[in-house]
Design a protein around this ligand. Structure first.
Ligand code: AQP
Length: 343
């Protein structure tokens, strides 16, 4: 029997939620609601793979939840919750720790980047992060995963884990009524013009929450003045704007600003360049600041409004967790039977 389609994705509550998180993930989460059953998680277990101040972690968890709602996610039709409230994520992650191979995890570039030169000091959780991510998706038998381009490698690992589990436990899964394997191979959905939004200060680096320069990113809660200032100060190159995407090659800052504009305007890069081809960066920057204030500003305002009532956010998370738990527990029961655990 075919596994029903289901979207799963998440965002870490690690503060400084930015335009890259919005365009690469949250805005697309909202767009998928019309076509799929969606589960959107605030992945607090992932967040603690690097130290988080406990009070800030709770605040940031509510803030990501507020961003989901402000972006238009309907928490009554779809499921929004924080990961630590559903124990199936951690249980399945342990099983996947025993399925994934060290060699697979050793190839993960995000661990290398985040651990840097001091990998002996990195937490074990940071190393096994991709196994937990695979568990997040597969505990719901998620089939489609909208993410930014930086998560592509982790999604490929999730597919490898699902595949190996299905092969390792083929006979037992057949006995449990799943002759085609229990887990789907989840598909990454990495589409559109802003799947990798770059720093406004350096077109070679990803826009990131942890960049020490606030000018490098547009925070979702920035006001209109800050947005305009950051766009004005964004790094560019000396040439004018091209009329064709080919003219953006080897011009990362130009490519980034054009991609951000196209994503905010819900149009293709080709359409943006047909408007700005031959223009100066100052023209694009003026229009970019305007569209950013128009599109991001209201999301930030709504986030602030929602954050004034933390009790209501906690209620939404608790309700979502209850609904998520029903799905996760049912799947974990089958997984435990397949693995041979007595229940
Ligand atoms: N720059 C980006 N462009 C497009 N998509 C992005 N995402 C993150 N940065 C960009 C996407 O946002 C979703 C949630 O990301 P996350 O919170 O789980 O973690 P992250 O990738 O660690 O975020 P940062 O900003 O990059 O944090 P640091 O500074 O800690 O490295 C994911 O779908 C991600 O692809």
């Amino acid at each position: 029997m075919a596994i029903p389609e289901r979207v799963f994705s998440g965002v870490q509550p690690t503060g400084n939620l930015h335009l890259g998180n919005y365009l690469g993930a949250i805005k697309r989460f909202a767009e998928m609601q019309a076509d799929y059953d969606c589960i959107y998680c605030v992945v607090d277990l992932h967040a603690i793979t690097v130290w988080q101040d406990p009070a800030e972690l709770s605040h940031n968890t509510r803030e990501v939840t507020a961003a989901y709602i402000a972006a238009g996610i309907d928490t009554t039709k779809h499921i929004v919750f924080n990961q630590s409230q559903v124990s199936g994520h951690a249980e399945l992650a342990w099983i996947f720790n025993c399925v994934a191979r060290m060699g697979w995890l050793n190839r993960m570039t995000q661990f290398k980047e985040k651990a840097g030169k001091h990998k002996e000091n990195a937490s074990v959780g940071l190393y096994t992060y991709p196994d937990l991510m695979a568990a997040d998706i597969l505990v719901y038998r998620g089939t489609h995963v909208p993410v930014g381009d930086d998560q592509k490698q982790h999604l490929e690992l999730a597919r490898d884990i699902a595949q190996k589990f299905n092969v390792d436990f083929a006979e037992s899964a057949t006995n449990a009524g799943h002759p085609d394997g229990f887990f789907p191979l989840p598909e990454p959905l990495i589409t559109g013009p802003a799947t990798r939004v770059m720093s406004l200060r350096d077109g070679a680096r990803k826009m990131s929450k942890s960049d020490p320069s606030d000018l490098s990113r547009i925070n979702m809660t920035d006001d209109a003045d800050s947005i305009a200032k950051k766009v004005r100060k964004a790094k560019t190159d000396p040439d004018g704007l091209p009329s064709e995407p080919k003219g953006l090659e080897a011009r990362p800052e130009a490519e980034n600003l054009v991609g951000i504009y196209a994503a905010l305007a819900n149009e293709t890069v080709e359409a943006t360049l047909s408007q700005f081809g031959g223009a100066q960066f100052s023209d694009l920057k003026g229009a970019l600041a305007d569209i950013m204030v128009a599109k991001v500003g209201p999301v930030g305002d709504e986030m602030r409004r929602l954050m004034d009532d933390p009790g209501e956010i906690d209620r939404i998370l608790s309700d979502g967790a209850e609904r998520a738990r029903v799905l996760a527990d049912a799947n974990m029961n089958v997984v435990k039977e397949i693995v041979g655990f007595i229940r």
